[in-house]
Design a protein around this ligand. Structure first.
Ligand code: SF4
Ligand code: SF4
Length: 317
């Protein structure tokens, strides 16, 4: 029944998914985002693959009184996919200039007794700190996920869709993870990839092979520039729309979500290009526009605060 509801929801072609972040373990942020956007009318939420994140999302949906109407997606991926990357600061190279702290939208960087540090739970691997540091004091590391270990308890807890992120140049890695998923999970799946590692033809072939092997709902999340920071212009969203165009033209699946550099211009651009999409996934942009509100400890208890954020959220829902 829930699967049928999910299919109907996708078939309406008016889908908005709020991405809390594949690597975002900030549970307060997940609860607040889900509470806010579910109240605003959004029904689809993406969280990291942990029991704590699913429970935090459910708490938010319960607050909104929408638990039974909403769908939760959990994200796993190949261990080199950029959605599972985090940054760290080398305190020996760091000169404590604070430039990275100013750039971090997640507020994951703070000054400690030992210099600037990154809070791993809040970091979503957007690389803004790395780009701004002129002292090479920031580097990245992969946040590893063992699909075979994380999936069984999450299946027991219950979720509605599994997202598999496959932005890697190693096809063997993609299909190794895919084999594990096929053994453990039956249900709606979403495959998230962009064109940064493969050309158009390889992207199409990879998706077609997976689609042929999947008996249930098969979504492609066409990614543009993952975690590009939430600027609200056509240029930021162009690559995501182009990727959706490739998937649409190839006729792989009727279910295409646009993500990665998505913003308030994404729908307009995909309509202008006459691309048949199921909807849009919003991550950095959706978090950025309500950031100052959802960070507040009183967000769920201060009605005025919640209402102010709700006005903003409703504009994009
Ligand atoms: S920008 Fe680089 S040097 Fe400056 S505080 Fe951040 S890590 Fe340190
Ligand atoms: S700027 Fe991005 S990559 Fe750097 S700490 Fe913040 S969230 Fe993580």
């Amino acid at each position: 029944m829930i699967r049928d509801n999910f299919k109907n929801f996708l078939d309406n072609k008016n889908c908005l998914k709020i991405i809390c972040g594949a690597g975002n373990k900030d549970l307060k942020e997940i609860t607040n985002l889900c509470a806010l956007y579910a109240t605003a009318g959004c029904r689809f939420f993406d969280v990291n693959a942990s029991l704590e994140a699913i429970k935090a999302a459910k708490d938010g949906l319960k607050f909104a009184g929408k638990e039974s109407e909403c769908f939760i997606c959990v994200s796993v991926g190949t261990n080199d996919d950029p959605h599972f990357v985090k940054c760290r600061i080398n305190t020996e190279k760091c000169i404590n200039c604070g430039e990275c702290e100013k750039k971090c939208l997640q507020k994951a960087i703070r000054q400690s007794e030992n210099g600037y540090v990154v809070n791993e739970d809040k970091c979503v691997g957007c690389n803004k700190c790395l780009k701004v540091c002129s002292h090479n004091a920031v580097d990245t590391y992969c946040y590893k996920i063992s699909i075979s270990e994380v999936l069984p308890p999450l299946i027991n807890e219950g979720f509605d869709c599994l997202e598999y992120h496959i932005i890697t140049d190693d096809e063997n890695k993609i299909f190794e993870g895919w084999e594990t998923i096929k053994k453990l999970y039956k249900g709606p799946v979403s495959i998230c990839l962009d064109r940064s590692k493969f050309g158009n033809e390889k992207v199409e072939n990879c998706l077609k092979k997976m689609k042929d092997e999947w008996p249930d709902i098969f979504i492609v999340q066409a990614d543009g520039a993952p975690m590009s920071g939430g600027d609200d212009d056509f240029r930021t969203t162009l690559q995501a729309v182009a990727m959706a165009d490739i998937v649409d033209k190839a006729g792989i699946t009727p279910y295409i979500l646009i993500s990665g550099g998505t913003n308030s211009k994404t729908n307009e651009l995909s309509d202008l290009c006459d691309i048949d999409v199921t909807g849009v996934s919003l991550g950095s942009y959706a978090r950025k526009i309500v950031k100052e509100y959802i960070e507040d400890d009183n967000f769920l208890t201060d009605k005025c605060l919640f209402e102010r954020a709700l006005k903003i959220a409703k504009r994009i829902v």
